[in-house]
Structure formats: C-alpha cells, structure tokens
Design a protein around this ligand. Structure first.
Ligand code: URP
Ligand code: ZN
Ligand code: ZN
Length: 464
C-alpha cells in the first residue's frame, strides 16, 4: 500500500516545513515539495500538522497489580493509544514471583499476541533476584531487544526491591548497555506512614498523598542517582512529580551525568486537592507518586521546557472506578494505584503546552516522540519523519475542537482524569508502518497488526 500525504506542515524535533510525504511499503520513501507520484491513497493534509507517531515509554496494559488487573488489554489500550496519536509504546513486563525473566516475558508476549493494534516493546521489571531471575539471565535480555531494566523503590511487600537488588541490577546494566529505570520513592518510610495513618483511622483517598510526601520521592531519586554513579550505568527516573525530585535530576544533568527523567501528563493538570473530592471520587486520582501541590505544575513545565526532564509519558495504568478502585472503599491503601491517560497525552500537551505558549511545537515532538525513541533504542526507525523511517505518522488538525470525556473514549475505563476539558487540536488520521489505523478519528486497525519491536541498546542514538 502506498500513501501520499499532501501539503501538511511536517514537524519534527528540529524542522517545520510544508511538504508532501510519500509512503511506500511501510516506510517513508520521499519527502519533498509538490511530489508527483502515483499512490493507492492520497491524503490532503493542507492546514494540518504531520507529526511522527508518538511514543509512550511508560504503560501498564493487562497488568496484575493491587489485587486486580489493569482494565485495558493490548487491544483496548492500543485503540486508545492510536486514537490519541500514539503508534508505539514500551510496556512493563513484571517478573512474576519465583519466575525467571524468560518465563515472565513469555507471559507478556502471550498477552499481546493476536491483540496488538500498534507496535510495542517491553521493559523488564526486576522484582526478585533470589528466586527465579538471576543476574546471568538478566544480562541476556538485551539480545532479545529488551534493553531497559526497571526497579520499583516503593510498593513494599509487592514490587519493591531492596538497595542490594537495585545496585546489582545497575551493575549488570553497566555491563550490558541497558538503561536502568526507577520508580523513585522511599517505600520503607511510606510503609511506616501508611500503617500509622490506618491505625489512626484515616481511610479516605486523600491519605494516599498525605502518606507519600514529596521528600520521599526526592530522597529515592537522589539515592538512585548516586548508586547509578557508583555502578556506572545510565539512569532514567520515571514519573517525576515534584520539585524535590526535579532538583537532583537537574543537578546531575548539570554535572553531565547519564541521568534522564520523565514526567507524565497528569502531573501538569491534577493536583492533590482532586483527592479530596467527595463520594469516593477522589479515588480516581489515586496513582503513584500522588498528585502534588499545585506549585509543582509550573516546576514541571519549566523542567520539560529546559530539558531537565526529557520525555512526557502517560503511566497508563487504568482501573475501573466502579469495581476496581472500590476495592479500597474503606481503606485508601487498598485502592489499586494507577490512572488512565494514553488517549489524551498528545491533545493535552498540544493544547496546554503549545497552545498556551509553554513549549514550542518542535519541543512537543521531541518530548512525545523523538526523545523517547532515542532513549529507548527505537530511533531513527521511529520517533521522527525521515526517508527510511517507519511510516508512523499522525495527521493532526490544530483547529479541531474536542471535549474530553469518558463517554467517547476507546479505553475501557469508566472515567477520565480530564473529564470535560475542552481542547483545540486533535488527531485526525494515524498511519502505522504505512497502514491507516485511525481514519477521520475512527480506529480502524485490526487486532494482531501491531508488532513487537526489538529495541537497540542504550546510548548510540543519543549522539544523533
Ligand atoms: O500508580 C501507578 N503509577 N501505577 C502504576 C505502577 C507504577 O508505579 O508505575
Ligand atoms: Zn511507578
Ligand atoms: Zn508506571
């Protein structure tokens, strides 16, 4: 199938030019002014943006967590992603208790098989090096295209690892060229605070934030940075939510250390007061790290503008409000942690970031597409618009108005973090490797058409 996209504003992390893009056999084969080539389909992109397919480096589809399983699988989650302009994501394969990494990865491959609508890779989340997974096996994963190791420094009694496991994994990463990712919170201190709150009879959702103060995130971020220095591995701090963790990342980057950080869409828009909403509505905003004091939102915008933080992900980890979040009706600590967002990232960042003058269009593309591709071994196949790259393209109408609502979303979740928000600018058409998967705002992809992507080792692509 060949496609000619005519007259759009082709926007990459570096350029912004009106051009035609010709796609043949899954790849971009020509970019130029007034291309005169026959094509199976011609798309008029006049007045629209042509963007690289967005990449979400942080998602949790079909993941058992908090006594239940996330509600979006690799079909509904991908439909939501595609509708929102995301064509590739990297999901977390969680090492299962007592299982090897290979067995856990096989389980995650089964979850996506025959279901995927967009492309995806996997990070491996190391949970246990004593039983099941070994350091030797961990070292073999980059050969399978799994080139990032994730560690949770929180969720005591569930996913949390101790510093020994964290540090040993970092040492393996230094050897194998993998990127270490951390969920940085001090899980031991939080566990003490949670137990104290429960003992004092505090059960409401707002106690989720009150028992996870920003200093616990700052402390763990700094600890991970220092340990990564000792081990000599590159480090990526996920879902940075507050000034306390932005600051150590800024300092590390000023020193030229191999440290990167991401934040997620929700931290720009949802603050701690949302957790106080009555009738258990606050539970919709129980994700970790929690929504913070509003002043942090400006800190985060500044951090993404100045490259202190290098990517914006979603941490899409969707649980139904009615039936899953309600597991914690009488105890905030039993509310499954996570929120949805994969469908809304591009339109929210476009409207409030670009539209309100906080970042430019090129920087938006860098944060949502190019930097995640470079950091996670997908570039230059993905994350940009260039001859030879995969034809993962988004035709975005910058004038189209859209009201965000759970009522018309593709995710299975029964609420939306941004319910009722009106944005200007929306995704119209999406191509994945040259195939139209969203047409005029409708998802038309077939389950099974998304591919598993083997990712390159960390590093080389950052020099391009
Ligand atoms: O609350 C969250 N973020 N749930 C997903 C797991 C994680 O910590 O990323
Ligand atoms: Zn996390
Ligand atoms: Zn997450």
């Amino acid at each position: 199938m060949s496609v000619l996209i005519k007259g759009g504003r082709v926007i990459t992390a570096a350029d912004d030019t009106v051009a035609d893009v010709f796609v043949d056999d899954e790849r971009i084969s020509l970019i130029g002014a007034s291309l005169d080539v026959p094509a199976d389909r011609v798309i008029d992109a006049g007045g629209k943006y042509v963007l690289p397919g967005a990449i979400d480096p942080h998602t949790h589809l079909d993941m058992p967590f908090g006594g239940t399983t996330t509600i979006d699988d690799f079909t509904s989650g991908h439909a939501a992603a595609a509708r929102g302009g995301t064509t590739t994501h990297v999901d977390f394969c969680i090492q299962q208790p007592g299982s090897s990494f290979g067995d856990s990865l096989a389980l995650w491959h089964e979850k996506r098989e025959g279901k995927a609508l967009i492309d995806n890779g996997f990070h491996i989340a190391v949970t246990d090096l004593r039983e099941g997974g070994s350091l030797e096996e961990l070292a073999t994963l980059p050969d399978q295209g799994v080139t990032s190791y994730k560690l949770f420094m929180a969720y005591k009694g569930a996913l949390m690892v101790d510093d020994e496991t964290l540090f040993k994994t970092m040492e393996v990463a230094a050897e194998t060229g993998a990127l270490v990712m951390v969920h940085a919170e001090n899980g031991d201190a939080i566990d003490v605070l949670v137990k104290k709150a429960i003992a004092a009879g505090h059960t409401e959702p707002v106690w989720h934030a009150r028992t996870r103060p920003p200093e616990t995130e700052g402390e763990a971020t700094n600890r991970a940075i220092q340990l990564a220095r000792v081990a000599g591995c590159p480090l990526y701090v996920v879902h940075v939510s507050c000034q306390e963790s932005v600051e150590p990342i800024m300092l590390a980057r000023e020193k030229g250390w191999d440290v990167w950080g991401e934040t997620c869409t929700q931290y720009f828009f949802v603050d701690e007061t949302f957790l106080e909403r009555p009738n258990f509505e606050g539970a919709k905003f129980v994700y970790t790290p929690p929504p913070r004091a509003k002043a942090n939102q400006e800190v985060l915008w500044n951090a993404v503008r100045t490259d202190v933080l290098s990517a914006i992900s979603t941490d899409h980890c969707a649980f139904l409000w009615d039936g899953q979040k309600t597991l914690g009706k009488d105890n905030f600590a039993a509310i499954p942690n996570g929120g949805p967002g994969i469908e809304d990232r591009v339109r929210m960042i476009h409207h409030f970031g670009v539209g309100e003058g906080r970042i430019g269009l090129n920087r938006m593309v860098e944060l949502l597409c190019t930097a995640p591709a470079k950091l996670f071994g997908l570039y230059p196949k993905k994350g940009t618009i260039a001859v030879g790259a995969d034809a993962d393209l988004v035709i975005f109408d910058p004038e189209k108005r859209h009201t965000i609502t759970a009522a018309d979303q593709n995710s299975r979740v029964d609420y939306n973090l941004y319910e009722g928000t009106e944005v200007v600018g929306d995704v119209e058409t999406v191509l994945l490797r040259g195939n139209v998967i969203v047409d005029g705002g409708e998802v038309v992809a077939e389950p099974g058409s998304g591919r598993f992507v083997k990712r390159a080792r960390f590093g080389e692509q950052l020099l391009t």
